[in-house]
Write a protein that binds this ligand. Sequence first.
Ligand code: AMP
Ligand code: MG
Length: 343
Amino acid sequence: MKRTKGKKAAILFLLPVIALWGCGTGTKIVKQQKTDIAMGTIIHQTIYVKDSQEQDLTEGVMEQIRMLEQEGLSRRLDTSELYAINSKAGSPEGIDVSEEMMELLKDIWSVSEASEGALDVTIGEVVQLWDIDSYAAGERTDFQLPKEEELKAALEDTGYERVAFKENRILLPENMKLDLGAVGKGITCGKLTEYLEQQKVEGAVISVGGSILTYGSKPDGTPWVVSIIDPENTSDNIGCLTLEGQWCVSTSGSYERYVEVDGVRYHHILNPATGYPSDSGVSSVTVLTKDGLLSDALSTACFVLGEDKGMELAEELDAYVLFVDKEGKLSMSEGMNKYFQAW
Ligand code: AMP
Ligand code: MG
């Protein structure tokens, strides 16, 4: 999952470990920081731990992310469970899946149902046909619009409602390919929450591409501040979220990965009904929830649904949502007001 051109070139650097004193507790708190690349995107971490914690937890976090990518979620790596599932599509007796993967798939399917297919991870063939990731990353330069008949054929291999689940097995129709790009970074944030808990971390903020996890608290007691990118001018922010404790924030935006041809932008968020980049009048959608998978799944679904239906869906699923439309107008669900401050 590659990001916009240029971002891939981000340098790997380690910031120094800084010692701080926990708010009135007398405990010495150490700050660990790291920027790295995994899942085809940039990972930024700031973690606060007691100084008795000798391990560099930013390394532990990277291990968790790489494990999830290599063993679970990657569509491209032949070591992953997702790759194995896709390679057995069409098997009449179904495909055995791990308990963990089954749980994730069921959660994803519940968002597909609630969004009436605006989120549909069965569109792998269509994603592959456009291959926007490779062009946006500069790995390919020969961009051409997919031919109508190719797109039609790829669309025929999709459809979340054509998939059956039986005990620990999934039945995928022949040629169907699952692509977890719309949910993978949020799933990662959920997984990292468990890891930070196990490691008894005091506080952390970790961004995995478009999904950001906040956890615990800072030693000075101030809240976490998460900036929201201006889709029209991506070096600027439109405002920020002020958060305390554990949250997951996911943003889907047409500025993240795209190819521009003759002034038309072909971005990476597809409308499963047409197979074309979604054109719902939205430039970006930010979703705030406690659950990582839900925030990432909803950011994609709400982007495809557009403002009115997206707002309804987020409210139905108890998530807060912020839309930026193509004219730069902001609109948010009621609960979001409490956390979001426009500049
Ligand atoms: P996100 O940036 O979270 O909105 O996810 C976008 C990624 O999810 C794309 O790069 C595709 O891999 C995949 N994708 C695109 N459109 C959809 C969709 N409507 N439903 C599910 N996955 C999608
Ligand atoms: Mg998403």
